[in-house]
Every structure is written in structure tokens, then in C-alpha cells.
Design a protein around this ligand. Sequence first.
Ligand SMILES: [Zn+2]
Length: 204
Amino acid sequence: MINSVPHLKQLLRQLQQVPYLASKNLYRVVDHLLGSDPRMVANLCDALTKARDQIIRCSDCFIWIERSKPCSFCTSSKRDQSVVCVVQSWQDALSIETSESYRGLYHVLCGLVSPLDGVGPQDLTVQHLVRRVEKGKIKEIILALNQTPEGEATSIYVVGQLKKSGVMVSALSRGVPAGGSIAFMDRLTIYQALSDRRSLSGNL
Ligand SMILES: [Zn+2]
């Protein structure tokens, strides 16, 4: 059926390359787009092209920023430059930011150690974090990683890599539900997990 509609086949082939779209939802997305106002589709394509061109990761914290502007986190005088919250993804940093319970800096690891998915420590930004700490201004690292086997394995690796620096390392409280994802935690849970954070420095 799809073979007789080559443009549809081409669209599906392109969208199937997007990991989180390659599911049954893909057909809903396509259905929605094909039934939309052509101007809306043109605006979407334009926004995507411009975003891909103009948005880059901050070279310090790895949060997405405008290519032409400094990072609003790393360069802000209103934020505590001595504390860095380490997260798996930009989405997790957004969730913590939405909770309004944290005013320090961030460091996005761009993933978690996951041997089954072929992701090793070298694929993450841990060495950039070590170099940030070595500059001497950072007094505390808060590990805000998902409480999953991958999150735990990544925490152990990061703690090991920071050992030499002597920086204080803490993690979110055990109040975070096991298997829980930071991105889907509500504001109050994030606030409590940050306030009751436990020290990992004893493990250094
Ligand atoms: Zn930054």
C-alpha cells in the first residue's frame, strides 16, 4: 500500500531514523502532518533547519545554547558557580530548573554508561567535568542521575574520576523512586531529593 505512494514512503523512511519517533506513534505524526495547513508544515521545517544550524551545546556544561550567545547558566552572576549538578540529559536539567529549587550550574553527561547499548564512559562528557573541577572554583558536585542500574554505574564511574580532585560529591536522596527518571519527577520530589541529598565523599 505504501509502495504506491512514493512520497509517503520517503517521508516515513526519514522519520524512522529518529529513534523516539520510530514507533506506532510515527503513523499518528505522519497523519497529523499530512492533514495540517501547508504553512504550518513549512514553518516547522524552517524552525527545525534554523535550530539545527543555530543551536549548539555549551562547551562547558553541554546544555543547548544559541550559537551567537554565551551560555545563560555558565555566565550568570546570579547562579552559584561553586555547585554543579550532573545530569544525564538536557531534559533532566530542564526538569530541575522547573522545580525552582536549584540555583547552581549544570553538567550534561549526554547519556549514561550502558554496556548493553554500547555506551561506555568514553562516550560521555565525564572528562570535561573533571577538567571543570580541576579549575578549582567548584566546591560541590551533585549527581542527579536516574536511579537505574545505568545511573548507578555512571555515578560510581564519575565518583572514581573525581577522586583525585577532593571535591565534595553528593547524590540525590534515596527519596527518588527506584527506576525513577528525573525528567518525569514532580517539582516537590525534585526539591526534596535535592534538599536531602546524601554525601558520597566518604566513598572517594
Ligand atoms: Zn554552559
